[in-house]
Design a protein around this ligand. Sequence first.
Ligand SMILES: Cc1cc2nc3c(=O)[nH]c(=O)nc-3n(C[C@H](O)[C@H](O)[C@H](O)COP(=O)(O)O)c2cc1C
Length: 303
Amino acid sequence: MKKILVVYYTQSGQLKTIVDKILSPLSQNNTYTIDYFKIEPIDDFPFPWTNDTFYDCMPESVEGITIPVKAFDKQGDYDLIILAYQVWFLSLSIPFWSMLQDKKLKALLNHNNVITILGIRNMWVNAQKRLLNYFKANKVNHVGNLVFADPNSNIISVITVLKFLTTGKKKPYKNLPPYGITKQKLETLTKFGELMELSLSTNNWSGFQEGVVKNKGVSLKFSIKTTEMAAGRIFKLWAAFIRKKGGPGNPDRKVRLKIYEYYLLFLIFFISPISSSIFSLAGIVFYPLTKKGMNRILLMQRK
Ligand SMILES: Cc1cc2nc3c(=O)[nH]c(=O)nc-3n(C[C@H](O)[C@H](O)[C@H](O)COP(=O)(O)O)c2cc1C
């Protein structure tokens, strides 16, 4: 009998749906038991969000400020631990990062095989960097990384995600596609569970990530990655600037948050279409040079 643990957080349920689909070949096989631990903040974030609460969590997401969460209560030997998370403001979501500070969970992750599964809009590399540092510090054996993003253009997905997050409606506009992973893509996810089963049954994870990448299990575009790396640096400055006026919910930081909101929308709707086109072109022209870096991220190779 092999044991799998899934630690996850989700607001709309999208990420849980993704995880369940991936694991369906294993959950139907009685050689495997799957335990779930749902991350529950003591004081959870709202869903749907109001405009103000949404932007108000930017500084703390970026700076990695934690909140109290329900204590981790699983124990035992697991053959695989799955950490399923989403990105908030180019950083690890606050509930997920807070959960990772739990001593019991840290102890369980130590020297264990871990797969990360992300259900996001389209930007994740900056957030994963923090997680990889955490893995290194806690001696986590990171054996796989699966990333599922909204398949639409950056602008379309910003429009649909903002509306989705503030209304809870997956298809908020008649003339635009629904936000998130498509039904067709969802149906293809079982193959990643089959790949996991192969590695679990043979106790051999070498080649697992290659299989994931070959089957389009990691969404990564050069232009998006380059845009988010630039934005990630700027977000840090904004986070520090806003936090000078106080912590979450402090009315003194409202003006700065509003300026950030307008700045972000300007960046997305006016600057990023231009920069993305330039980055896309650069990605093609300098493909031999960029290929190595992109493959390193896809295949989780350390520098
Ligand atoms: C506060 C907040 C900030 C977000 N920022 C990002 C981001 O920077 N990059 C990204 O790809 N997705 C971002 N998203 C979208 C989430 O990663 C995710 O797709 C969405 O919240 C649905 O996840 P769920 O499973 O929790 O419902 C953000 C969502 C929220 C709520």
